[in-house]
Design a protein around this ligand. Sequence first.
Ligand code: DC
Length: 236
Amino acid sequence: MKGGVIAIDGPSASGKSTTARAVAESLGFAHLDSGALYRGVTLVALREAARRGRAHESPLAVVGPETILRAAEDRGLMLQPDGAGFAAYLEGEPVDTEIRGPRVTGCVSAVSAVPVVREWINSRLRAMVRAGRDVVVDGRDIGTVVFPDADLKVFLTASPAARAGRRITQRGVDADAARLEAEAAALAARDHADSSRVVAPLRPAEDAVLLDTTTLAFAEQVRRIVDLARPVFGRN
Ligand code: DC
């Protein structure tokens, strides 16, 4: 039996993952972070490059995508149910911290632009939903490509300055002018890479509800999505 799906897409640091998790908790759904799989495959690629003694090169210059995906399967890259969400595992170890570190973040856009990587990840995501749980899935192409018949689609946006400020605050440091400028530039570069790629570019689905969170408090943006979802799933 297929579970219900809420798709939440949007650019980097638009608050997708934290929002998706809070929406899932409020509705009793599971939160599935598709970015964690892209990051997991990127970590596999980096480890394969390191095994070949070429840790400091771009991993795609060292190992081809087919080899990376075979390694992902052989080395047990997976998202395992964990409370209201899923935790990433590789080689039997939890890797949630490592996949969000700077090495993976610096390479993930390139890895996620490879079509066979996207197909592999999409089929994993669809299989997890076929397993029957109701899920909130966040990513870049969830409403457009992965689950075009999702029950509810939301596209989150926020100004680059607001997104840069949130990212810096998450790290627990002061959002001073120099940091804000550097972070906004890094986000703009990733936005550009994610929206201009040929395969599954970042864009809102035609039937997505657009939600600009620049001036919304976190609780308010969660409440708006939960309010959109309740009638769709018959839970008032
Ligand atoms: O949401 P995130 O920052 O964890 O995503 C990491 C990268 O993965 C990001 O650069 C874009 C890519 N990604 C994607 O292309 N498609 C998705 N559905 C999710 C993430």
